[in-house]
Design a protein around this ligand. Structure first.
Ligand SMILES: Nc1nc2c(ncn2[C@@H]2O[C@H](COP(=O)(O)OP(=O)(O)OP(=O)(O)O)[C@@H](O)[C@H]2O)c(=O)[nH]1
Ligand SMILES: [Mg+2]
Length: 327
């Protein structure tokens, strides 16, 4: 590009669980790179999403939500998030508008009237750690579709009075409102540099990894209580021998076949019974829904075979974590 120098660099999406970091990553890249669920603690690994524009390139890192870490898996997730924060050029700290205002339907505020903004303890803990890194830090207030707009200004003022943010950007990751503005501001705060990745590169995740995550997404969607936190998915077989895609196949048309076998690991026999369900109904629903999103990803018909296996107490055992892809 002639004229203005291009900018490029890394930006980490950091925040409490469930604030919408992965939804934002997907919105920014226009692809389903990270799974999303209404349950907290969905993301477990760092997920790269590269966004390239004429003005430059941002390599976003989606991270696990930061929460009080109990257990080995949670400790691993906390480390992933803090490590990402330490490596990037710019921090995007994200909060949920209704949560900060105490108007969330899910969580009643403690000790304050609804509508009065607060920096909750969890957010303060994260911000203090981010502040120590001394990097340009954005505050992104997400889910503004859920609040009355007049409540936004006092919220912004409160946060600005407590921390020196480079920018404050209200968005709705779900509707896309404010997201291009956020991207533009992030680019302006990155160093002048040529793009780091090829312009058509989106992520460093292999298809196999995405497939495992898409299956886990459906486990999260269909199973309740402790199952989401106790499930991990590994792809055992990914057979592309019949994947041929003739030239001129329209992008929305499936062609060829990919055979996939995957294992859903849980921690106890009782959990295995739940994931399989009566007469295998639950596992069937998980498989049907996962197959649809995998077919969209691969552009091919998919034969998906799932099995459920017990890896006793895997979320507490370092060697089991490594085996299941958390390393
Ligand atoms: N109304 C509304 N809901 C949103 C918005 N962004 C995300 N959500 C929802 O919030 C929930 C959590 O979204 P995620 O993207 O999984 O949140 P996360 O921060 O990545 O969560 P963890 O991976 O657990 O840290 C999902 O149900 C999303 O659909 C938004 O802008 N508005
Ligand atoms: Mg996430």
């Amino acid at each position: 590009m002639a004229g203005a120098q291009r900018r490029s660099g890394f930006a980490a999406l950091i925040g409490r669980p469930n604030v919408g970091k992965s939804t934002l990553l997907n919105r920014l890249t226009g692809e389903k790179l990270a799974i999303v669920s209404p349950k907290p603690q969905t993301t477990r690994n760092r997920i790269l999403g590269v966004v390239t524009r004429q003005q430059g390139q941002v390599a976003f890192l989606d991270t696990p939500g930061i929460h009080r870490a109990r257990g080995q898996l949670n400790r691993y997730m906390l480390e992933v998030a803090l490590q990402a924060a330490a490596e990037v050029d710019l921090l995007v700290f994200m909060i949920e508008a209704a949560d900060a205002l105490g108007t969330s339907e899910r969580k009643a505020p403690r000790g304050r009237p609804p509508g009065r903004p607060a920096v909750t303890l969890g957010n303060r803990f994260i911000l203090e750690r981010l502040h120590q890194l001394g990097k340009p830090t954005f505050l992104v207030i997400n889910k503004i579709d859920q609040i009355e707009r007049r409540l936004l200004l006092p919220l912004i003022e409160l946060y600005r009075s407590e921390f020196p943010f480079a920018e404050v950007v209200p968005i709705s990751a779900r509707s896309g409102e404010g997201v291009e503005e956020l991207l533009g501001s992030v680019l302006q705060h990155l160093p002048e540099a040529e793009p780091m990745f090829a312009e058509d590169m989106l992520t460093d995740q292999a298809e196999r990894q995405l497939v495992a995550e898409y299956v886990r997404e459906q486990v999260l969607a269909h199973c309740r209580e402790e199952i989401p936190y106790s499930a991990a998915v590994v792809v055992d077989v990914f057979d592309e021998s019949e994947r041929a895609r003739p030239p001129d196949t329209p992008p929305d048309r499936l062609s060829g076949l990919v055979r996939i076998e995957a294992s859903i690991f849980v921690e106890r026999e009782s959990q295995k019974a739940i994931v399989i369900g009566k007469k295998g109904q639950m596992l069937k629903r998980i498989g049907t829904d996962a197959r649809k999103s995998i077919e969209r990803l691969l552009g091919a018909h998919v034969y998906l075979s799932l099995r459920v296996r017990v890896e006793p107490g895997w979320s507490e055992r370092p060697e089991a974590l490594r085996k299941l892809g958390y390393r």
